[in-house]
Write a protein that binds this ligand. Structure first.
Ligand SMILES: Cc1cc2nc3c(=O)[nH]c(=O)nc-3n(C[C@H](O)[C@H](O)[C@H](O)COP(=O)(O)OP(=O)(O)OC[C@H]3O[C@@H](n4cnc5c(N)ncnc54)[C@H](O)[C@@H]3O)c2cc1C
Length: 330
């Protein structure tokens, strides 16, 4: 039997949308392969009601609700995942591709002597179970196929805008896990300094709508209207590297090769040219891309589903007014 383990990442007690997507995608894989079982591991106190409302599919989720797991600690988390892996004799671990998993997965692969493939998008289901996977390389300009050679395999999966609703009528069982020993492995990964940042804003990797701005916004004041638009749409504000390097926006909003990878249902790019390094941050699952740019030949229009050629300072206020009107009528 194939046994898959999914790490469900929480922040402030809420399980991340990207982890829920990963769980659902692994459920799909298990169904395709057949004779498979899916397990989950959840670290820290979480809102179980929210979790139960968003997860479906067969499986068992182990929940270590210990306060020690509330904040990310690489040693504690690596120990917890390694013990759960042994408990169920799983051979494959899946993470959503996040800032946390980019730190945890390599540490875990070192500890478990496992193969690690990060940023995967598709698995070749015609071959041996979860051995061959595909991921974008060279800033997303091409895709390459990789083979995991070790018996234990770890994958981080790029987020996808594809929404899975009620893929199954089954629901996973949640079992409290109290017994994890918190000594040993953490000495390998000591925490030197812990910084907890609360921006109060929705994370771009979790948002289903992103209103992003680039150099064409003209300065930090240009982003005020993007904030208003994002708030109205229930989305998040993103930025190009030029906007971040210019000090107009914080780095955690940067999308692209050296920023975050996102997969919203709607990506509105305002005053962004659309270089390969920026587009590398648009996960393969991003559904609708809309762009506003004054240059009709800007490369962003090559990937956009909808485009407006115009000055953002003229177009955006009109768009905001139209949205207000639309929402008033609803
Ligand atoms: C190793 C490496 C990594 C990188 N990583 C990233 C990354 O993670 N993310 C990222 O974004 N970039 C990254 N870059 C930088 C990238 O190459 C580009 O420089 C950057 O994406 C350009 O940002 P931009 O589109 O905001 O600015 P520009 O390329 O200067 O484009 C501005 C656009 O705004 C339009 N415009 C100007 N005024 C207006 C107006 N009034 N109304 C409407 N449109 C207007 C212009 O026509 C233009 O198309 C990286 C580069 C390197 C070398």
């Amino acid at each position: 039997m194939n046994k898959f383990l999914v790490f469900l990442e929480q922040r402030e007690g809420i399980v991340k949308k990207t982890s829920i997507d990963t769980w659902n995608r692994v459920q799909d894989l298990a169904a395709l392969y057949g004779d498979s079982a899916v397990f989950g591991i959840l670290a820290g106190p979480v809102d179980l009601q929210q979790l139960c409302a968003s997860l479906s599919g067969k499986g068992v989720i182990y929940h270590a609700s210990n306060e020690a797991f509330r904040l990310y600690n690489p040693g504690h988390y690596a120990r917890l995942v390694a013990e759960t892996l042994k408990l169920e004799a799983c051979t494959t671990i899946f993470f959503a591709d996040t800032v946390l998993s980019r730190d945890l997965a390599p540490k875990l692969s070192l500890h478990l002597k496992a193969s690690l493939l990060s940023g995967c998008t598709i698995f070749d289901v015609s071959k041996e179970v979860c051995v061959r996977c595909v991921r974008p390389v060279y800033s997303g300009s091409t895709i390459a196929s990789f083979v995991a050679e070790r018996s234990i395999r770890i994958y981080t999966i790029l987020s996808s805008a594809k929404l899975f609703h009620s893929i199954s009528e089954d629901y996973p069982t949640i079992i409290p896990l109290e017994t994890c020993r918190l000594t040993g492995i953490e000495e390998l990964f000591p925490v030197v300094r812990r910084m907890v940042m609360y921006s109060g804003r929705q994370d771009v990797t979790e948002a289903s709508i992103i209103v992003a701005g680039g150099r064409g916004m003209g300065g930090s004041e240009g982003f005020v209207i993007l904030e208003q638009l994002a708030q109205l749409l229930g989305g998040a504000v993103g930025a190009s590297r030029q906007a971040v390097d210019g000090g107009w926006r914080p780095h955690f909003e940067q999308i692209g090769q050296t920023g975050k990878t996102v997969a919203p249902a709607l990506y509105l790019a305002c005053g962004i040219s659309g270089t390969p390094q920026h587009l590398a941050g648009l996960g393969s699952g991003s559904t609708v891309v809309a762009a506003i740019n004054s240059d009709r030949y800007a490369p962003i229009f090559d990937v956009a589903d909808y485009g407006i050629v115009g000055d953002v300072h003229l177009v955006l206020p009109k768009l905001l007014d139209a949205l207000h009107e639309f929402l008033k009528r609803k």
